[in-house]
Design a protein around this ligand. Structure first.
Ligand SMILES: Cc1cc2nc3c(=O)[nH]c(=O)nc-3n(C[C@H](O)[C@H](O)[C@H](O)COP(=O)(O)OP(=O)(O)OC[C@H]3O[C@@H](n4cnc5c(N)ncnc54)[C@H](O)[C@@H]3O)c2cc1C
Length: 425
């Protein structure tokens, strides 16, 4: 971009990343237009996710050893990570880069960069919450990673300590302490090995948060253009000129592609290759009759790789699974059953309620990059910025990503160097 501070910025996509970006830009006094193809904010991947704000868990998925798991589970419907053989040809170069980033040193470096961004993001979110009194079914009392194997828990404690190196506190808990903190786990006491508590973690409803962020952006002068599909980003003399939608063309000094899994498609006609692969996950949200038996803490069940999220008085969400199966948001009944079977094992007192017929089922596509880091910053087309590719940690990183990108757009110093997240790295 030239050095002139832009006046009008178009943000494409009103998921948690786009709405946060719109707010961060509107706070800096820019004229912001937030465009979304659906009629409301957070109608796609940010709609019904796991709701965790969990920076200490923001390591990429491609840990050393994942390949073995994927191959062993090829095609199995009951595995947390599932690679569909039919999807392999479509993964091409992305797949090779994903594999290359499984090397231990790469993985650790990528993990630490994400953790830094996630921690900064939580600071930014807390600032907004205090400044604006945002309400989104938040819980602020930490999260717990629950173990059924002593050996795996001991390995995990060592791994987390090495990875975090003091950046975020962790507390290994024995079985009694686990039940003290989360009485809903009392029925599985005999099987439990313990848990790791993350006292700094938070949780909430990402959809409510996104909608609140969009409203706050409007209160700072932003315009929402919902129900409008962006068809093209137009350039003139090699730099951004306008954003064309099915409701007309908008001239702008800058645009931010915050279109989650659809970002690559928008960027491609500009000659920009954004390496984003859509990885499907599921959630099931319940209205539980026995509110007193609901878990209060957000938990990650390490045996079956799903999370639990309390939403208000009676709401419970179970979210997880990863299908490498292309661009489809189809809800596959056998996968839902796999998710719910794990939840019934963890919360047997609720097992009669945790059935598909009682749930609001949802599937979303995580925008995953091969190194697990988001794509954040200006592209080589002046005026065109990207804020996408946050994979399984989009809410955890949204507020910080928005703040850093907004700082770059107005030319003020950023709290974290953006080169690590360069969209064309
Ligand atoms: C099962 C599951 C559990 C998860 N759990 C967590 C969790 O606990 N914590 C966490 O931090 N993250 C979690 N995530 C990840 C998180 O949900 C995503 O990273 C995040 O929602 C991505 O946000 P986004 O704004 O980039 O994308 P989206 O929410 O998909 O938003 C992109 C928006 O762009 C719009 N758009 C796209 N193309 C166009 C166009 N041409 N014109 C106009 N609009 C367009 C779309 O309609 C969409 O609304 C989870 C994801 C899944 C699937």
């Amino acid at each position: 971009m030239n050095n002139r501070r832009p006046e009008r910025v178009v943000v494409i996509g009103a998921g948690v990343v786009g709405t946060s970006t719109a707010l961060a830009l509107a706070e800096r006094g820019l004229e912001v237009i937030l465009i979304e193809r659906n009629g409301e904010a957070a109608h796609e991947t940010s709609q019904a996710n796991g709701g965790g704000l969990t920076p200490a868990h923001s390591e990429p998925w491609n840990a050393p050893g994942l390949l073995g798991k994927l191959v062993r589970n090829l095609g199995r419907a009951d595995a947390p990570y599932r690679l569909s053989p039919l999807a392999l040809p479509g993964m091409g170069l992305w797949g090779l880069r994903f594999l290359a980033n499984m090397r231990r040193e790469r993985f650790l470096e990528n993990a630490r960069n994400n953790i830094r961004l996630g921690l900064y993001s939580l600071e930014c979110l807390r600032r907004w919450r205090e400044r604006y009194g945002m309400e989104y079914h938040q819980t602020l009392s930490g999260s717990m990673q629950v173990y059924f194997s002593r050996e795996l828990m001991a390995e995990a404690v060592q791994f987390r300590r090495e990875l975090l190196a003091g950046a975020a506190p962790i507390q290994p808990l024995g079985v009694d302490e686990v039940i003290d903190r989360e009485p809903a786990l009392a029925p599985v006491r005999p099987e439990l090995a313990g848990a790791i508590a993350f006292p700094e973690h938070e949780s909430g409803d990402a959809r409510r948060f996104s909608q609140a962020a969009a409203e706050l952006a409007v209160s700072k002068g932003a315009t929402l253009m919902f129900g409008a599909n962006v068809e093209a980003i137009r350039t003139d003399g090699g730099r951004l000129r306008s954003v064309a939608t099915d409701h007309g063309e908008i001239e702008a000094d800058a645009c931010v592609i915050a279109a989650g899994p659809a970002a690559a498609r928008l960027a491609r006609p500009l000659g920009l290759r954004l390496p984003i692969y859509p990885v499907r996950g599921y959630s099931a949200t319940f209205e539980i009759e026995r509110g007193d038996a609901l878990p209060t803490l957000p938990m990650l069940d390490t045996a079956s790789r799903f999370v639990t999220l309390r939403l208000g008085e009676r709401g419970l969400r179970i979210a997880g699974l990863a299908d490498f199966a292309g661009d489809s948001r189809r809800i596959v009944p056998r996968r839902v059953e796999c998710l719910l079977a794990g939840a019934r094992r963890l919360l047997p007192e609720l097992s009669s309620e945790l059935v598909a017929e009682r749930a609001e089922l949802w599937a979303g596509l995580r925008p995953v990059t091969p190194d697990g880091l988001p794509l954040l910053g200006e592209t080589r087309v002046p005026g065109v910025f990207v804020n996408a590719g946050h994979g399984p940690m989009g809410w955890t990183m949204a507020c910080g990503s928005a703040d850093l990108l907004a700082a770059q757009i107005v030319g003020s110093p950023a709290a974290i160097e953006l080169t690590t997240f360069d969209p064309q790295r």
